[in-house]
Design a protein around this ligand. Structure first.
Ligand code: NAP
Length: 344
């Protein structure tokens, strides 16, 4: 077996010189290099912004969605939505391990979840079994390859596989909240009723303590009610985050003009940058976890309204993110029950 580049550049077909995430097309050849592993894939968790876009274009027709996913993977060698640029992650069973793969504890037959994006993971689909329209998951027969730099988690025994898949997809979000939110902060979580939003709310409530405040902005009354019932925020409001002035006026009123120390954006639709920026205090932090975020809109928009805020690109990885997220599922019976209902 030959040894490949640890970042997977040996699989890039075009443009040469790019890394696999930025590449237009990569090789999904299932012959692995000595520092790669081959995975027999069971389920994909398509990134929510990507799945929402595919669902809309295909008018929620599951057959059309399956065709679209197959076409994207056939064309690119990876499941990277050409519109959103985003991927998702997968669970499967380790089928082959190259002799130079760095983790010597991993065994053939281990069930793992990849923690690197599908937008850079070589994938070959044999057949799609089921599109789960309500939870972004796709059951299929497929093979995937992980390079030496590709991180993953062995699936825990005490959490159902599909629940772990769903939670690990957004593991970066609550872990970043743990780093960013301080005691006494006023935090607003936009899209707080969604999957990553719920996990962020839980972590934010923990971090702000008795003296802080967690506000959730949700689109649907149903999701808002869910957060109220779960007690995962101090205040839950129903607003469309694509309407920045409505959002600004409401948060201005709720915070007595003080606005928020930290704003976490967890929505799955475009056009919510300015709501996030306007409700943040000067010198406050906006964490854009949403894959529908536009760098241009955020950067030029903040400048345009004279806001000196720190904007963080939502890196899906931070050290310990998988353990922190799985621990939330273990700690919170109510979140576990909700996720079991939605994702298992
Ligand atoms: P999700 O479960 O679909 O949640 C999205 C939430 O946003 C929903 O609660 C939704 O409310 C709400 N929302 C939609 N439109 C809204 C609007 N106009 N105003 C206010 N709220 C609105 O998605 P998720 O899986 O948590 O993912 C959230 C985001 O993170 C997505 O953009 C996804 O692509 C991104 N993501 C990023 C990374 C990363 O590494 N940075 C990794 C994974 C995912 P309704 O359900 O009521 O419409």
């Amino acid at each position: 077996m030959k040894k490949g580049c640890k970042f997977g550049t040996h699989r890039v077909i075009e443009p040469i010189g790019a890394l696999p995430q930025a590449a237009q097309k990569i090789s999904n050849n299932t012959e692995i290099m000595s520092n790669e592993i081959l995975i027999d894939v069971q389920t994909l968790n398509i990134d929510s912004a990507s799945f929402t876009q595919i669902k809309e274009v295909c008018n929620r027709d599951e057959k059309k969605m399956a065709e679209m996913i197959q076409n994207i993977v056939a064309e690119r060698g990876k499941m990277q939505n050409p519109v959103t640029g985003s991927g998702g992650m997968l669970i499967g069973t380790v089928q082959k391990i190259g002799e130079d793969f760095i983790d010597k504890n991993l065994k053939v037959g281990d069930k793992i979840a990849t923690l690197v994006s599908l937008s850079l993971t070589p994938l070959k689909i044999e057949s799609i079994k089921k599109i789960n329209i309500s939870n972004d998951q796709v059951d299929l027969n497929a093979k995937a390859v992980l390079f030496e730099s590709g991180i993953y988690a062995v699936l825990p025994k005490d959490i159902p596989e599909k629940l772990a898949l769903a939670a690990l997809d957004v593991a970066g979000a609550p872990a970043q909240v743990k780093k960013l939110v301080r005691e006494g902060d006023t935090v607003c979580i936009i899209g707080g009723g969604g999957k990553s939003g719920v996990l962020c709310c839980y972590q934010a409530m923990k971090n702000v303590g008795e003296s802080g405040k967690v506000i959730v902005i949700e689109y649907s009354e149903a999701n808002a009610q869910r957060i109220r019932e779960l007690g995962l925020a101090h205040t839950v409001i129903v607003l469309d985050a694509t309407k920045p002035i409505d959002v600004y006026e409401k948060i201005d009123e709720l915070t007595g003009g003080n606005l928020c120390d930290v704003v976490i954006n967890n929505v799955n639709v475009p056009g919510t940058e300015m709501s996030s920026i306007l409700i943040t205090k000067d010198d406050g932090v906006v964490y854009f976890f949403s894959m529908a975020t536009s760098f241009t809109k955020a950067a030029l928009g903040a400048e345009g309204v004279g806001k000196d805020v720190n904007m963080i690109v939502g890196n899906g990885y931070t050290k310990g993110h998988a353990d922190l997220t799985l621990d939330i599922i273990r700690e919170s019976k109510t979140i576990r029950e909700l996720f079991e209902k939605l994702y298992v």
